[in-house]
Design a binder for this molecule. Structure first.
Ligand code: BGC
Length: 452
């Protein structure tokens, strides 16, 4: 299909995304409490060069200027996350009015500029005070998350257009509690599985709480990072390993949300090894709450080989040297976006799908005349947009696309070394520079499709 015919449906929501700890900075200002990422990033050896989100993009003070940039791009929607410890410094108890004030101003300014706000309730920055009591391993945290959701939706439930309850619970569970490379840095599979169950359950409860409080026709969903798994060879063992890989990272979340159960094979493995989480009778019913959309976060695929002694799942992922990779070492594989959209649509029939995250880090440099040329990002986005369009042509209900990310920011363990933004941030001066990809994206939005 020639690019001039790649036009998206009217009303398609073009957007960008961010998250609180990655861009806000102001980590201890105006009454904000400590989060597990504040604590983790300050723990020696945890992030690249010991970098933290202390200042990040200082979006807390520069949000108005950042919204002006969104206007310049023509964004229809903007996805941000709320920092729980900014509004409840201890995770529960007394509310920090100044925290509410910040999001209040952000939302009002977005609306004044005709940009629809999509709010994520949790993007990994649990209040540290709750971690002291076991964090997401402790079922009580779900109750506090409900209270927090209740307060946020009472405050903003007349203005937010879309709610994402949890962002990538797989990452928070497995990277945070099994591999230990994300906050809170726990390394225990049983804990990780319990956390994943609690995150899912918190999603179900949050949906109910949001439905009680919202006063507009906002949509509610959850964002999952979905990674197609391909076998490294055609052997039966590798094919099965690829299926196991998909089940443990993706099926483990999709199945309870849409089918009220955990994947059978994994349930058996975990029951047999004593790792299966503690579940109460109604939990699966609560998790399978009716949602308005599924948020798909897509970055890459996994190529998987059977490796009996490598992990409890008996597999490992490999990186063929012939493939093309981003600065994260993630394979550039646009077809996978179409594949995963088709898969979730065929198997789970979500009412609507948003790509809540897709984008790439490359080694961007500012040129002498102060421009940032990022042809690889333009080509990355172009090829992924084309796959999204292909999915829409097939009738898949994809309604919007949030490019990750608006600004370069704090990339978790990678610190500031990895730049995902379509807007370059010169951290010492906090100057923002639209990269070529931002100028290109602006044209895509104007044209509602690919132009050149
Ligand atoms: C996270 C984002 C992050 C991106 C790239 C995703 O898994 O949700 O916060 O920016 O990965 O590292």
């Amino acid at each position: 299909m020639s690019e001039s015919s790649i036009i998206f449906p009217d009303g398609f929501l073009w957007g960008c995304g961010s998250s609180s700890y990655q861009i806000e900075g102001a980590y201890d200002l105006d009454g904000k409490g400590e989060s597990i990422w504040d604590r983790f990033s300050k723990t020696p050896g945890k992030t690249y060069n010991g970098e933290t989100g202390n200042s990040a993009c200082n979006h807390y003070h520069r949000y108005a200027e950042d919204i002006d940039l969104m206007v310049e791009l023509g964004l229809k929607v903007y996805r941000f996350s709320i920092s729980w410890s900014r509004v409840f410094p201890q995770g529960k108890g007394s509310l920090n009015a100044k925290g509410i004030d910040f999001y209040d101003k952000l939302i009002d300014k977005l609306l004044a500029k005709n940009i629809q706000p999509f709010a994520t309730l949790y993007h990994w920055d649990l209040p540290q005070a709750l971690q002291e009591n076991g964090g997401w391993e402790n079922r009580d945290t779900i109750k506090y998350f409900q209270d927090y959701t209740g307060e946020i939706s009472r405050q903003f439930g007349d203005r937010i257009a879309g709610w994402v309850t949890q962002s990538e619970p797989a990452v928070a569970s497995f990277l945070g509690h099994y591999q230990g490379i994300h906050a809170p840095g726990v390394k225990n599979l049983k804990a990780a599985l319990q956390v994943s169950h609690h995150l899912l359950l918190s999603h179900g409860f949050a949906v109910a709480r949001l439905r009680e409080n919202i006063k507009n026709n906002a949509e509610i969903g959850i964002s999952l990072n979905l990674t197609p798994s391909h076998p490294a060879s055609n052997s039966k063992k590798d094919r099965e390993a690829a299926e196991r890989n998909f089940a443990h990272f993706c099926g483990w979340f999709l199945e309870p949300i849409f089918n009220k159960r955990y994947p059978e094979e994994l349930e058996t493995t975990y029951q047999n090894t004593g790792l299966f989480p503690m579940i109460e009778p109604d939990d699966l019913k609560i998790i399978a709450a009716d949602i308005d959309f599924l948020g798909v976060n897509y970055y890459m695929r996994d190529i998987v080989r059977n490796a009996p002694y490598k992990s409890i799942w008996g597999l490992e992922t490999i990186k063929p040297p012939s493939a093309d990779y981003t600065a994260m070492g993630w394979e550039i594989y646009p077809d996978g976006l179409h594949e995963i959209l088709e898969f979730v649509n065929d198997c789970y029939h979500p009412k609507k799908i948003y790509i809540t995250e897709n984008g790439a880090a490359f080694r961007d440099n500012m040129s002498e005349n102060g421009e940032v040329h990022d042809p690889r990002r333009v080509s990355y986005l172009r090829s992924h947009f084309a796959q999204a369009h292909r999915a829409i042509q097939k009738g898949i209900p994809l309604a919007g696309y949030f490019v990750r990310s608006l600004l370069d920011g704090f990339e978790w363990v990678e610190g500031y070394t990895k730049r995902f933004g379509i807007i370059y941030v010169d951290y010492p001066t906090q100057k923002r520079i639209l990269k070529d990809s931002a100028h290109w994206y602006k044209k895509v939005i104007e044209h509602n499709g690919l132009t050149d």
